[in-house]
Design a protein around this ligand. Sequence first.
Ligand code: AMP
Length: 472
Amino acid sequence: MLYDGLTVLQHRGQDAAGIATVSGRRINLHKGNGLVSDVFGPQQMALLRGRVGIAHCRYPTAGSSGSDEAQPFYANAPYGISLAHNGNLTNTDTLRREVVGQDHRHINTESDSEVLLNVLAHELLEQGALTPDAALKAVEGVHRRVRGGYSVVATVFGLGLLAFRDPNGIRPLVLGKRETEAGDEYAIASESVALDILGFARLRDVAPGEAVVVTDDGRLFTHQAAPGHPHTPCIFEYVYFARPDSMMDDISVHKARMRMGVKLGEKILRLRPDHDIDTVIPIPDTSRDAALEIANLLGVKYREGFIKNRYIGRTFIMPGQSQRVRSVKRKLNPIPLEFESRVVLLVDDSIVRGTTSQQIVQMAREAGARKVYLASAAPPVRYPNVYGIDMPAASELVAHGRSEEEIQTLLGCDWLIYQDIQDLEEAVAGPKRKVARFDSSCFTGEYVTGIEAGYFEALERARNDAAKAKTA
Ligand code: AMP
């Protein structure tokens, strides 16, 4: 089940994968670099027995790039804990000093998740007992100390499964249940698609700040471990990261993307009521929902003008600029028939570095387009993401410190049109307004958790391409 769950969450990270289970007196752990299907074979799977377990697939987030950071992480004391974390902490350095200096624990990697595991371990130890209540209380201590975006699943030997979500609910976490002859079973995942394919009904999202325990014998305990914080889920999950067939904080990702298209289409009509667009062409895959709605609204043709090679990884993740440039060409190929002598509107979900867009605009011209317009279903990405989306250092973002006119010139398109932030937030919230506020920090520069002095400078040093090339 854990393996199957990981395969539908593979889009959330292709760097490394891992599974930890509890069986009898043993905690079994296997992890390694690569895709889920590369990391696990029949031999490893045979060892991963048990009725309780966690799994993780990883991609690098702010401040990390090493290869020893595959998850889950394991700590033997107290009790024996394995932990997997989705997100990124913004006070890792302070925590690391506390964990090493005061708690006398050893941290063996550069990973913020290993630090988080050790904070949890310390807080569990402080409770002095291993009961569901004690574990839920320990999470209060974690929330007090830790800053950032984090969704966590852990196994605690002798207890069962422990999961929690950061006080602002920046990273997603959803709870599912299924009834079996042996009793109720629970599953917790970043995206509901994992519950769907495993046959669990989606009960609800884990609330911001909430902690959940599922005991070895299948009992569920929940506790609000950080009350009073605004709920601000990451808006980039809806823009790009999550699968469209997932529900997140009760919002359909697919529907949110369609509404982004409607808003953007309306903006296009507002700005150019007598536009000359012949064809709307999505840049596959994420932007399809939005592009289709734009085409409907404008009353023009929707055409799949770019064919994607589905056997190639995401270009964004490759270190080093020249490698990235080459791989965009390998990844997308135009169908010239759909471009020749036409005014085309290309639609992407977001423009981050601009590398992809620049080359795609060029490809569209070479394929014969008369004019190339480019629409982004998200506003300009001007600030780094520090809560767990892999967004480069500010200096690498094409929109950082640039006006829309300057970006248009750089990308080489005849018209560049961005979604407005208010429209994006309204599109995601939807008519039922299920969420009132979002973490939109990569568009606005406003960070809901506050950020320690010096953090961005350190990030810039760690994340720039030169530093990455050295570690690659
Ligand atoms: P670029 O503007 O060249 O950086 O590429 C933007 C493209 O990368 C868009 O089509 C997005 O679909 C995709 N993208 C956006 N954010 C990410 C991310 N964090 N990781 C991987 N790909 C991303």
